[in-house]
Design a protein around this ligand. Structure first.
Ligand code: SAM
Length: 226
């Protein structure tokens, strides 16, 4: 895909804030995702996080470490349109991916035709039992940050639960300092927020800060747990 039109991305981000606030006002923190994908009606320009290419922060890391999926089972959490699921497929992983939005999953399936990726519509908080502790490699990009801060520990626990003993987890997220306020959706993660993964028995093996491309740039944290 060509570079995204930044003006369209900004318009789409503003719509995210509006629709999230609209649903939150009714006490619903999850319903806006499906409504948002439906409203986009197949127009990728309306989805600010969809690039039709792998997340660039993750790809930089994956290329640097020579990430190889041969013989490994991977799970993509909150996969959206499947950009990163397709990348893991290309790296040789056996890939499962899920999202709470049925519309996103249908869209991801269309974009992944001919590939052997298992897509499921599933809520992170109601996982199929057979997926718990089942994956050698779990990838979480930008799913924790749009969910409310009050449930952040619960979200992190749910993500950690998919990692097999001895497996690996990679998290890519907007980052903030521990003493910095998270003002609006998406609420960046702090190092303190991330420490919850370690409370789940995972060990942080790599932590990296990369500059975002917004103006002013919002840092991205890329964190690896083993
Ligand atoms: C900001 S988008 C990021 C999508 C994708 N990871 C990417 O980077 O392109 C967050 C995604 O998480 C999904 N999501 C939010 N809450 C979820 C939940 N409870 N269970 C599963 N998916 C969820 C949304 O539908 C959305 O596709």
């Amino acid at each position: 895909m060509q570079e995204r039109d930044q003006e369209n991305v900004e318009i789409a981000r503003e719509r995210v804030k509006e629709i999230q606030a609209e649903f939150a006002g009714r006490g619903d923190s999850l319903g806006w995702f499906e409504a948002f994908y439906k409203e986009a009606a197949g127009d990728i320009e309306k989805i600010p996080w969809a690039d039709l290419q792998p997340n660039r922060f993750f790809k930089t890391w994956a290329e640097r470490v020579g990430l190889d999926g041969k013989g490994r089972k991977a799970l993509v959490v909150g996969c959206g349109l499947g950009d990163d699921a397709r990348y893991l497929d290309e790296l040789g992983f056996d890939v499962c991916a899920f999202d709470i939005s049925a519309t996103a999953i249908e869209w991801a399936k269309r974009l992944s035709e001919g590939r052997n990726i298992q897509y499921e519509t599933m809520d992170l908080f109601e996982p199929v039992r057979s997926w718990l502790g089942a994956f050698d490699f779990v990838l979480e990009i930008y799913t924790i940050q749009p969910l409310p801060l009050e449930i952040r520990p619960k979200v992190i626990d749910a993500v950690a639960n998919f990692v097999k003993d001895g497996g690996e987890l990679v998290v890519v997220t907007r980052g903030r300092e521990d003493d910095e306020e998270a003002a609006q959706v998406p609420w960046p993660l702090s190092r303190r927020d991330l420490s919850r993964f370690e409370a789940n028995g995972l060990k942080q093996t790599h932590f990296e800060v990369m500059p975002g491309d917004e103006d002013p740039p919002i840092p991205r944290f890329l964190v690896v747990y083993g």
